[in-house]
Design a protein around this ligand. Structure first.
Ligand code: FAD
Length: 509
């Protein structure tokens, strides 16, 4: 075996499939019985549910700036996509539907806030246009963490030089851009919310580059959002097919207990039960920064590294409701997504304030039996783990707390389907403990809360030779495009420059 990847999240699978395509012998060890990590799907009583991501864009067409699309192109694998453009909002200002694209949000603003707000939004769009171009001046597919980067990013240098002035503006938090342009409180709250959904942090912690990347995608003319037909599992399976087609292996129910270190080099992994698998080139961890630390023998890396990584601040966790419902007589105006905010004054990071609702069976009927819908409601990265820490999942206290903390999600959903409770055929409530267990994530966290402008997400490299990392604890951070980018960068760093350049030609950038 050349390379072992610990974990089959989107970051790990992107990395593994690309390495297999580069010609390495790759094995992915996944602790869970289902691949995909935060993006895995599961089936319950005939309903198919997504455990995590619900919003996808830039994936149903090529060439695309989305690194995940670039991975799929590079490995020659794909799934089917369905498109839509509108989602529903239940906000303190009122209830409305909004769409991606350059203009529709201005109509909403005109109604809710008046002409001044529209002018501010237009001005922000004007300022973001060159920044968005700068954010994609160098595709992450060209990046690698060694001198070979001079060659692989070389052909994009003219574009980088052209956008150089704007690239420098992308390194700070997005708030520094908003502050000079937007005074309207609703637009500021809206942007803060989008930032929180992207990174787990409000605008003063979210990198301007990340938001510029989103603007490049969401506010183009004719833009559509995507959803993988068959749910997030379809996307995961496309990556697994790409891995297997290049002779890579995925081992499920294969929990790594320790990274084996010999002569100050990571040389393999020890599995639960004691079996060892050796890797001649590298071990790559897709587990979170905190979970990875538990796998490294402490004496094999500098104490300073352990302390620094251990003290990485973390985003909070999630409450989930997975519902299978009878959809009889539900109006045809049901949207695939809804956002609910109770009170902007509480702050966007406040627990029990922001709820996302995903009803993907509205656009993909394969997810539920005929006449039914699959629903995933969640509080995104705002449920404190501390409230749940140490609770016995079989206790009455836990059951009571589960019911009471789920209340806000029911309330949000009742705005769309008033008689929702009587329609439920499947009701599953997930807590930070469920999230921690099934997603194998430290404290059920959304990921590291690394504030833009204050610190950077670490690179894939580690001080231990032969050990690299990918996923949402490495640059560029949280979210499907970002973790695919991190997997791609780790794979590129190991690949010979010649093969990397060949790969770049296949992604049509
Ligand atoms: C509810 C929710 C909604 C989201 N919505 C969106 C969205 O709409 N759009 C978007 O772009 N992003 C969204 N995200 C974020 C996105 O899903 C994640 O950032 C991304 O999937 C994380 O991928 P990853 O590769 O870093 O790791 P993970 O998905 O965490 O995968 C890591 C894998 O490693 C495995 N593992 C860990 N330790 C071991 C071990 N010792 N041995 C073997 N295996 C191990 C785990 O089982 C897991 O499968 C959402 C996340 C959540 C939770």
């Amino acid at each position: 075996m050349d390379i072992i990847i610990i974990g089959s999240g989107i970051g790990g699978l992107s990395c593994a499939a690309l390495l297999a395509r580069y010609g390495y012998k790759v094995t992915v060890c996944e602790s869970h019985s289902i691949p995909g990590g935060a993006a895995h799907s599961f089936i319950y009583n005939g309903f198919k549910f997504d455990s995590g991501p619900s919003l996808y864009s830039g994936l149903s067409y090529s060439p695309s700036n989305n690194p995940l699309r670039q991975v799929l192109d590079a490995i020659g694998s794909d799934c089917e996509w369905v498109n839509y453009h509108t989602w529903g909002c239940f906000l303190p200002e009122g209830d409305f539907n909004t769409s991606v694209g350059p203009d529709q949000f201005c109509e909403i603003l005109l109604k809710l806030r008046g002409e001044k707000a529209v002018n501010e939004w237009r001005e922000l769009q004007r300022i973001m246009t060159p920044l968005a171009k700068a954010a994609i001046a160098i595709p992450t597919a060209a990046v690698r963490y060694d001198w070979g980067a001079l060659k692989t990013t070389g052909k994009f240098a003219p574009s980088l030089i052209k956008h150089f002035f704007n690239v420098s503006k992308l390194t700070g938090p997005f708030s520094s851009i908003i502050d000079g342009v937007v005074t309207d409180s609703f637009i500021r709250n809206w942007l803060n919310m989008l930032c929180f959904l992207l990174s787990g942090l409000p605008a003063d912690g979210t990198s301007a580059a990340e938001v510029a990347f989103m603007f490049a995608d969401w506010y183009r003319p004719d833009v559509m959002l995507d959803y993988p037909i068959g749910g997030s599992a379809a996307l995961v399976n496309a990556l697994v097919r790409g891995l297997e087609k290049h002779d890579g292996k995925l081992l499920l129910k294969t929990h790594v207990e320790e990274i084996i270190v010999e002569n100050q080099r990571a040389v393999g992994v020890r599995l639960r039960g004691g079996k060892e698998i050796r890797a001649s080139t590298a071990v790559i961890s897709n587990a979170s920064v905190w979970d990875t630390l538990n796998l490294i023998p402490p004496e094999s890396v500098p104490q300073q590294f352990i302390q620094k990584r251990k003290s990485t601040p973390e985003c909070e966790s999630f409450m989930h409701l997975h519902l299978g419902i009878d959809a009889r007589d539900i109006g045809s105006d049901l949207q695939c997504h809804y956002i609910f905010v109770k009170d902007w004054e509480l702050g966007i990071t406040a627990p029990q304030n922001l709820v996302l609702i995903s009803i993907p069976s509205v656009i993909d009927s394969s997810l539920a039996p005929p006449g039914k819908h699959s629903i995933h409601v969640y509080t995104p990265g705002n449920e404190p783990y501390d409230l749940w820490q140490g609770m016995d999942r079989n206790s009455q206290d836990y059951k009571r707390q589960k019911e009471s903390r789920a209340q806000i999600m029911w309330e949000a959903l009742q705005k769309i389907i008033p008689d929702i409770r009587s329609r439920c055929e499947v009701t599953l409530i997930g807590t930070p403990l469920t999230h921690e267990y099934y997603l194998r994530r430290h404290r059920g966290s959304y990921g590291p809360a690394i504030r833009a402008g204050k610190a950077l997400f670490p690179s894939s490299n580690t001080p231990l030779k032969g050990l690299m990392c990918c996923g949402d604890s490495t640059f560029p951070g949280i979210g499907l495009p970002a973790v695919a980018a991190s997997g791609m960068i780790a794979a590129n760093t190991l690949a010979p420059v010649r093969k990397h350049l060949e790969m770049l030609n296949t992604i049509k950038n």
